[in-house]
Design a protein around this ligand. Structure first.
Ligand SMILES: [Zn+2]
Ligand SMILES: [Zn+2]
Length: 278
């Protein structure tokens, strides 16, 4: 089974809101891992507007279309939808999708904090439509609360959203959860919270696929620094991959989120591909 990597040249050499030009040396820094026999590289294609309308209002979409980052955002969402589709039909086992301008702060009619289109909304709803599979788990380990993702799936008890942020909540029949990791923490302390608060819930929930909003803004020296080292992200991905392997036949989709340090991005993401492909 293959690991997909979704990227587009549009994602580099631009000062993206919040994350800046952190992908400036991509996909070059992935050169070695892209040669691995079970890794496939995809150039992300823009998502169909019709698919965006499964999540966003027409009025909001017209508004986002006028912004300079719309093109990047549609490519990011296009990569997510395509990756989710290929995973759902068994052509990929898992995937890493690079994202700019799109992600967890975008709801049906809103977007802020560098993300102006939803990634998981269009992807989950598209896969539901083509496969009939209903249940999805979304893990959010960006530093900030995934308010957009939360509002996209509000009232949808077939989506388990476990968000590591600055809140402490268990709502909507236990399908929407916030775990407080605010302030200083350590790699082990955070990983233990993932083991205790995410993994058992996924085991009970039995999703068809796990989506992961993976921000590295939580890293030491980044804008959401809570004290994590860059190796934390590798341990986290290993843990979640093992969970996906045992719960949902390995169906695991990682979407890049916050963090502006390009040195960390260049360290983390090639190794994430290696882990996904192992
Ligand atoms: Zn963030
Ligand atoms: Zn949260």
């Amino acid at each position: 089974m293959k690991t997909g990597v979704f990227f587009h040249e549009e994602f580099k050499n631009k000062d993206w809101p919040v994350i800046g030009d952190k992908f400036r040396n991509f996909p070059e820094v992935l050169k070695d891992v892209l040669k691995l026999p079970n890794v496939l590289y995809f150039e992300s294609k823009p998502v169909d507007e019709e698919i965006l309308l499964n999540t966003h209002t027409h009025t909001y979409l017209q508004e986002v279309k006028r912004s300079w980052y719309y093109k990047g955002a549609t490519l990011a969402v296009g990569g997510c939808v395509e990756a989710a589709k290929l995973i759902s039909i068994g052509e990929l086992k898992n995937a890493l999708v690079f994202s700019v301008g799109a992600g967890h702060h975008s709801g049906p009619s809103s977007g802020w904090g560098g993300t102006y289109l939803s990634c998981s909304g269009p992807a989950v709803r598209y896969v539901r439509a083509i496969t009939g599979q209903k249940r999805f788990a979304i893990l959010d380990t960006d530093c900030h609360h995934g308010d957009g993702t939360r509002s996209v799936f509000e009232g949808d008890y077939d989506v388990l959203h476990v968000c590591f942020c600055s809140y402490n909540n268990v709502i909507e029949n236990g399908t929407k959860i916030d775990i407080d990791v605010w302030g200083r923490t350590t790699d082990d302390e955070y990983l233990n919270k993932v083991r205790n608060e995410f993994i058992p819930r996924v085991e009970t929930f039995k999703p068809f696929m796990i989506l992961h909003n993976l921000g590295h803004d939580t890293a030491q020296g980044d804008y959401g620094d809570i004290g994590l080292t860059r190796d934390f992200y590798l341990k986290l991905v290993k843990e979640v991959k093992a969970c996906a392997d045992s719960i949902c036949e390995g169906r695991y989709l990682i979407i890049t989120h916050g963090g502006y340090r390009s040195d960390n991005a260049e360290y983390i993401f090639p190794r994430v591909v290696e882990i996904l492909a192992s």
